[in-house]
Design a protein around this ligand. Sequence first.
Ligand SMILES: Nc1ncnc2c1ncn2[C@@H]1O[C@H](COP(=O)(O)OP(=O)(O)OP(=O)(O)O)[C@@H](O)[C@H]1O
Ligand SMILES: [Mg+2]
Length: 431
Amino acid sequence: MFVLGIVPPVATLAVFYGRYLRKLSGVTQDSLADATQLAEERIGNIRTVRAFAKENSELQIYMNKISHVLQLAKKEAVARAGFYGATGLTGNLIVLTVLYKGGLMMGEAHMTVGELTSFMMYAFWVGISIGGLGSFYSVLMKGLGAGSRLWELLERKPAMPLNEGIVLLPEEFKGAIEFRGVQFAYPTRQEFSVFNGLDLSIPAGSVMAIVGSSGSGKSTLVSLLLRLYDPVLGTITIDGHNIRSLNPRCLRENIGVVNQEPILFSCSIAENIAYGATKDGDLMMCDIEEAAKVANALEFIRTFPKGFQTMVGEKGVLLSGGQKQRVAIARALLKNPRILLLDEATSALDSENEYLVKEALDRLMEGRTVLIIAHRLSTIQNADAVAVLDQGKIVECGSHQQLLTNSKGLFRKLVEKQTIFQNSQKFVLNA
Ligand SMILES: Nc1ncnc2c1ncn2[C@@H]1O[C@H](COP(=O)(O)OP(=O)(O)OP(=O)(O)O)[C@@H](O)[C@H]1O
Ligand SMILES: [Mg+2]
């Protein structure tokens, strides 16, 4: 009883220390993540950092973040030293008190030397075990502090299902798209609504061009169709099915997309193009070559010593902008999708290459529903219809010619501005 009297204060200490450590390890984890994120982003975009000569200031920012982590680690080390010091001292105090009390009892002949020695051994083990329990508890608390973040992530339920819902057979998937009263704001910027009551209908197998000023929401339209986000109000249907009820996987397998800023993965050109294939098994090299040929990429790939095995680097940095776009087009074409979404797909190409790719795309567009977004109005001349996006709505929709006849229309204004610009360019060239 006398010896175990030491346990309650040690246990109280361990509880307080454990709580402190739990909080501290959560904070440490957060600030370490913060520092790592910064380093990763800046190293990944080292060219931009260099171009703005920001190496030193970035280094300073990282130093500040990492020294905060160091401070926290020092705090933890001090707390740990204090706690282990205290529990170690307790163990030794137990042994000392046993010696003292046992010595007194031996003096009064209540105890033999043998009894005292064996009791000493017991007390010793109890002391070590209490110390062990203390450190176990503290490590447990540290783990809980760091782990709560992980559990938070692991237990997160995705807002959209990954692989549930109606699966349409390939022959059922025609590709008629309809936006009805769509209202949308990005979840991270809910006060700003990108669409308010957007209506647009794209018949199956037709080519719809979307034009509008920068920031009017053209790329957002692509994200909504891919169901990367759900609209706040209104519906988007494909062949009469609300895309909320469709299996997102089936939906995306039938959509080919070339993004405004195509991202390639750091592997070979062949692997990047093959990424578009929906089924891995029966993909042949000749399919990849065919897709590259249609995207007008074969020529430049052949000039590389390693051809299709050329590595493209992280995000494709080892290719030029136009080359990257053509690989991305090939990747989308290999999929042979019912719906093709081209978001500024040829914006980084020179006129000749753009013409060649456009020609190839025109051939491929047959029988597919195509949504084509382009700033250069020359790219969209062959579209069946043009929709003009402004202030979160479709303000004009019709054929190229129809829209041009509307003298007050936004489309005509856009065309006029570009024509004036092009003429002035020609004038400069001629001069
Ligand atoms: N992930 C996002 N989170 C919050 N807001 C966003 C996000 N992406 C885009 N936006 C905002 O939504 C609006 C529409 O953007 P979107 O990219 O669709 O424009 P866009 O018409 O494609 O423009 P551009 O012609 O320049 O490509 C913009 O005001 C933009 O700032
Ligand atoms: Mg865009």
